[in-house]
Write a protein that binds this ligand. Sequence first.
Ligand SMILES: [Zn+2]
Length: 149
Amino acid sequence: MRTQRQVVDYSLQKRAVLRELLAGRVGTYDVCDASPYLKNAARFHGEPTDRRCPICRSENLTLVHYIYGDELKQSAGQARTLTELPVLAMTLREFQVFVVEVCLGCDWNHLVEQYLLGRDGLASDSDGTSEQDAAGAEGTGRRRREAQR
Ligand SMILES: [Zn+2]
């Protein structure tokens, strides 16, 4: 997505967890602990992938996008489908997205990345046009008021 910014990638942390698991320092029980809420979010708002689960290798991973931010009010902390995000990004100034991968087979789950979305990120590359638009609209308003007199 074009407005994605301040991206934090958690693949290193994920690899560390998988290493610990392979070494037997943590059990699958510790890492395959997806809550019923997370699994429901994956079923209803999840984005299917063609990547196999690194634990059970029998199911494909589903990505769940959680949104956070003051502007979201009561929607903060809810899961959203990937197609809903650009719409939100056009209407809100800034909100945080957390992407979690989930396996619906074995309950493996891990944070994949986080990033910011919102109109604030568009300001830099559409400054000129938006200012012109604003001036144009103001001009029409003034003309209209003069015509009324
Ligand atoms: Zn799995």
